[in-house]
Design a protein around this ligand. Structure first.
Ligand code: GLV
Ligand code: MN
Ligand code: MN
Length: 437
């Protein structure tokens, strides 16, 4: 077999391996519609165990930390010096897609596999499968990475499950997490103990497909301010008997509030600001709502995201001001739960340069893109760890069952990460002969 044929053979083997892992984890965590890997729940645990089994089959060392995040490494490489960490998460939103998070962990696994038997990289390479990145079940994002760095506020442990199934702290304890250590804000790792954090992730948006970019380099990550539950309290009444001027209709109040915010959003976009706003949950009380009842109560979530902290804060202030205005004009009251914040993050210029240079070296230009979605990379970057992200294009959006990714695009992204690693740590890693795409 010629070297070129051998390269093609390696490429096919790795794509098949990746596809098999995606299929296996997908099959283990599929529910009636889509994929559900609940943070600190059953689906996430199944995914963790599937990755552990794969690691064992591939002869990689796997170990969980005290917060039940999973670490993989080459067995011969137990060096203690600060590693380059390739990470992502294994949980998902309810009824989501198979690739959000999982793609980054599989990418790390393939990279370790590709480097096996070669001279060791300097610094060492570690793969990290994080838990609880999605905020869908407990309303708090990036739980695993924040806890790892000792940055998860103890108050987060009291957050309630979206369907009333206990608290986050209880779920973490059931998963084997040392919750007392989390409550003490004990860090398992200091930022200085990590040389760099890299994450491969699907884009989750339509831009790369529209522009025909298989992979891209991420420049920054939007932060957000959010309330998981705001209650708008009006007055229930007979839908036929109460005239408009005497109503305190909570649905109309929330509808007006959101329309006003939508208009502010439109204007701020015209002014060139980076902003998205969502009320993903909006519901009347099922135990008392009826066609013939003026709604007396609405519960809704509110989230604003931006790459710019000042924009986030200004838009949030505007929201609270509009709540006051609508409360007065419609005779309702708003009751707020805690406002949760995830700050925006900027990716490391050095890693952006390395990823771009890696693209040039293989004859493709790698475009820059900002991430609309949140990622664990933001937690590491904001803690001072030089962080980089590669996006892989995907079809049909994300956080839905139709999310799709071509395995060739995934391999392209993994190849880019390997080449960027070679650029950044050229000393020994460059002896690796395998191409991943
Ligand atoms: C994570 O997917 C997020 O909500 O941005
Ligand atoms: Mn997600
Ligand atoms: Mn994700």
């Amino acid at each position: 077999m010629s070297p070129r044929q051998e390269l093609i053979r390696q490429k096919l083997i790795r794509q098949e391996l990746a596809a098999a892992i995606f299929d296996e984890v997908g099959a283990l965590t599929r529910d009636e519609a889509g994929i559900t890997r609940e943070a600190y729940g059953e689906g996430e645990e199944r995914a963790m165990q599937a990755i552990e089994r794969r690691a064992a089959l591939l002869g990689l060392a796997a170990e969980r930390d005290r917060f039940q995040n999973l670490w993989l490494r080459l067995p011969e490489d137990s060096r203690a010096e600060p590693p380059v960490v390739i990470g992502s998460h294994l949980d998902s939103v309810p009824r989501g897609g198979n690739f959000d998070g999982l793609a980054g962990v599989v990418a790390g696994l393939l990279l370790l596999d590709a480097l096996r038997g070669q001279a060791m990289t300097a610094p060492p390479l570690r793969v990290l499968a994080l838990r609880g990145e999605e905020s869908a079940f407990y309303g708090k994002a990036c739980i695993g990475s924040l806890a790892l760095l000792g940055q998860l506020p103890a108050s987060a442990l009291s957050l309630h499950h979206r369907s009333g199934r206990g608290t986050l702290g209880e779920a973490m304890a059931r998963s084997g997490v040392d919750v007392d250590a989390v409550a003490r804000s004990e860090a398992l790792l200091a930022p200085a103990e990590i040389a760099a954090y890299l994450e491969l992730h699907i884009e989750q948006g339509p831009v790369m497909t529209a522009r025909d970019w298989p992979s891209a380099v991420v420049t920054g990550i939007r932060g957000n301010l959010r309330h998981n539950r705001i209650r708008c309290l009006g007055e229930a009444g007979h839908s036929g008997a109460v005239p408009r001027w005497l109503r305190k209709d909570a649905v109309l109040a929330v509808a007006e509030l959101l329309s006003r915010m939508d208009e502010h959003w439109r204007v701020l976009l015209q002014m060139g600001m980076d902003l998205v706003m969502t009320a993903g949950i909006c519901t009347t009380a099922p135990e008392s709502h009826a066609v013939s009842v003026i709604p007396g109560e609405v519960s809704f979530s509110f989230e604003v995201r931006s790459q710019d902290s000042a924009t986030l804060e200004r838009f949030y202030e505007l929201f609270r001001e509009e709540c006051r205005t609508v409360a007065t004009s419609r005779g309702v009251r708003f009751a707020f739960d805690a406002c949760l914040a995830s700050p925006p993050a900027v990716m490391d210029a050095g890693w952006i340069g390395c990823i771009e240079a890696a693209g040039h070296a293989r004859g493709t230009s790698v475009e820059q893109i900002a991430s609309g979605a949140g990622h664990d990379a933001a937690v590491f970057a904001n803690a001072g760890v030089p962080s980089g992200m590669i996006f892989v294009r995907n079809a049909n959006g994300s956080h839905n069952p139709d999310e799709a990714m071509a395995i060739g695009d995934f391999a392209d992204g993994v190849d880019l990460m390997l080449k960027a690693l070679r650029k950044a740590v050229p000393s020994k890693i460059s002896t690796c002969p395998h191409a991943l795409a």
